[in-house]
Design a protein around this ligand. Structure first.
Ligand code: HEM
Length: 278
């Protein structure tokens, strides 16, 4: 999700409600007789109810993903915006609910988790702003990663064909062994789904140098055609690897955000139970 001018009303609304909520809190605190607002009073309780409701709403995004797009659910885009901006607002309301204190051990843990959920959400949002642009900038031949296996299989099949023709025309045994060694041990593994660690082809300048050296082997036109195509595929694979790496970063943060939000739900329920019964 890109934060652009279409978010303006959400930003203004969140800021206004957030500021309003904090101002109201301090006004009520000032006018409350006996030293201001205290834990367990009605005002704090309502802030807690509102903040928790917004967090539950934010958490519903997960359920929404698993539901068909029924018309009455509205647009997913609107839910996502609500998730981000109301999720942020929930933090402000919970701060007022806690009277800007961390409380006992359970409340302390709950507050830490609230801020970790919000912090990881902000981190993810930042990644979503920059990584797609990085992919466009660094990856010339962007490909649908869902088709990666097919793309690599096609590259290997075509390379194997060209390799057989190139090796077939090499009369010199030493030259044949060099081409064979380079293709089977270095280049072909680079075209597989799992990238070999420490492959020299991973580094564009080293790869260029290796291909330049291999191209010096005396052979026919088939060898040249093979090496030219193979170098193109190896470069493309490097781009795909970069794309995969950036996509991984773009999605890995959810492995922090989602478990934390589950923890938030569990601790929130525990907090309500302890507050009601003790
Ligand atoms: C406060 C309570 C929050 C809870 C309980 C919560 C929970 C979640 C969950 C469960 C998901 C995963 C949805 C899925 O893919 O199944 C998610 C996604 C996400 N959250 Fe939050 N979140 C909260 C606050 C925030 C905040 C404050 C931000 C940003 C400032 C944020 C940003 C995001 C983003 C960008 C995604 C990915 C949405 C997408 O691109 O599909 N979250 N959140």
């Amino acid at each position: 999700m890109l934060i652009d001018h279409t978010h303006r009303s959400w930003i203004v609304g969140t800021f206004a409600v957030g500021m309003g909520a904090v101002t109201l809190y301090f006004v009520l605190d000032y006018f409350t007789p006996g030293g201001g607002l205290r834990g367990g009073d009605t005002v704090g309780l309502w802030y807690g109810v509102a903040g928790s409701a917004l967090m539950v709403f934010a958490g519903l995004i997960s359920a929404l993903r698993r539901l068909p797009s029924w018309w009455f659910l509205g647009q997913r885009r609107v839910w996502l915006r609500g998730h981000v901006w109301l999720g942020l607002l929930s933090g402000v309301l919970i701060l007022c609910h806690s009277h800007f204190r961390m409380g006992g051990p359970l409340e302390f843990l709950l507050m830490v988790v609230v801020f970790l959920v919000i912090g990881s959400g902000i981190l993810g949002l930042l990644l979503q702003q920059f990584i797609p642009a990085l992919i466009r900038e660094q990856v010339e031949s962007e490909a649908p990663l869902s088709q990666l296996d097919e793309i690599l299989l096609r590259m290997r099949d075509q390379s194997d064909d060209l390799y057989s023709k190139a090796v077939g025309e090499l009369a010199d045994e030493v030259a044949r062994l060099r081409v064979q060694g380079f293709y089977l041990e270095t280049a072909r593994p680079w075209l597989s789904e799992v990238l070999p660690v420490d492959s020299p082809i991973a580094h564009a300048p080293i790869s260029r140098e290796i291909f330049a050296q291999t191209a010096k082997i005396q052979g026919g036109p088939n060898l040249m055609a093979f090496l030219t195509r193979l170098e193109g595929y190896c470069n493309e694979r490097r781009q795909l690897a970069r794309q995969q790496q950036l996509h991984k970063i773009l999605h890995t943060w959810l492995l922090i955000h989602v478990p934390l939000s589950v923890m938030l739900l569990i601790l929130g329920i525990a907090h309500v139970i302890t507050a009601l019964y003790w």
